[in-house]
Design a protein around this ligand. Structure first.
Ligand code: GLP
Length: 239
């Protein structure tokens, strides 16, 4: 694991964004894995800026998002699909036909197979962006008894509900989500995990210095050969 500490979120956005842009310029049809949540937003801002300045085009990329809520229509304002439209996809020249999302309302087993096959047929994810939950979850892989392989339907924990329900002002936050499994995430060729703020410090410490255990799902990243962890000072505080 390569740990990098930055002064602020903007610097993280630039650093991760530069890695993505150089891959896209070198391999225009690369496969990018995107995450939702506040952590990657500065990266999406950087990518949008670079696109607006004519320095990169995303027209040939394929994308896979990590997760999606169940019990929510795709176009609901709180869906992760809408989040990506508003924060990135609606602002750049990505081909809508090459955007891949899990369907939170589909049959779990069928959807899991479909997503695994789609990732494989694309050639695999070149760079996967990740955030981390306060309890060490990645995507929506909550702490549990074992690591999961492919996409599955998860029951969200109280910690995640507490962290994310602030975004739901009209309906209660869904209690379930479909998420890419740990196995699929680990198959990504390169992973960039972003964590900022004090609330993430404990999870970051467990991810980097703790044992590899499904009780802290992010700890599995210790076994990946190309992971960059990008932190601000607050998130790195307990290292
Ligand atoms: C959600 C997402 C994760 C994300 C996490 C942290 O649970 N499913 O992919 O990493 O939130 O979000 P934030 O970056 O807003 O703290």
């Amino acid at each position: 694991m390569e740990i990098r500490v930055y002064r602020n979120e903007k610097e993280i956005g630039e650093a991760a964004g530069k890695i993505i842009c150089s891959l896209v310029n070198e391999k225009p049809d690369c496969v990018l894995g995107f995450a939702t949540g506040a952590s990657p937003v500065p990266v999406y801002e950087y990518l949008t800026e670079q696109y607006n300045e004519g320095k990169v085009s995303f027209k040939d990329i394929t994308t896979f998002n990590l997760d999606e809520y169940c019990e929510l229509p795709k176009n609901h304002k709180n869906s992760y699909y809408t989040f990506m439209q508003e924060n990135l996809f609606g602002k750049i020249d990505v081909n809508p036909g090459k955007i891949n999302f899990l369907d939170g309302n589909a049959d779990e087993a069928t959807e899991s197979k479909r997503y695994a096959r789609a990732i494989e047929e694309s050639g695999g994810i070149d760079i996967q962006i990740l955030g981390i939950g306060r309890n060490g979850h990645i995507a929506f892989n909550e702490p549990g008894a074992e690591f999961t392989d492919e996409a599955w339907k998860v029951t969200l924990t109280q910690s995640t509900i507490d962290a994310n329900s602030k975004y739901f002002d009209d309906i209660p936050m869904p209690r379930h989500a479909m998420t890419m499994g740990i196995g699929s995430i680990m198959k990504s060729k390169k992973i960039i995990l972003i964590a900022t703020g004090h609330a993430k410090a404990e999870a970051v410490k467990n991810m980097i210095n703790g044992p590899v255990t499904p009780l802290c799902p992010a700890s599995i990243l210790q076994q990946h050969k190309d992971v960059i962890i990008m932190l601000d000072e607050a998130a790195a505080n307990l290292l």
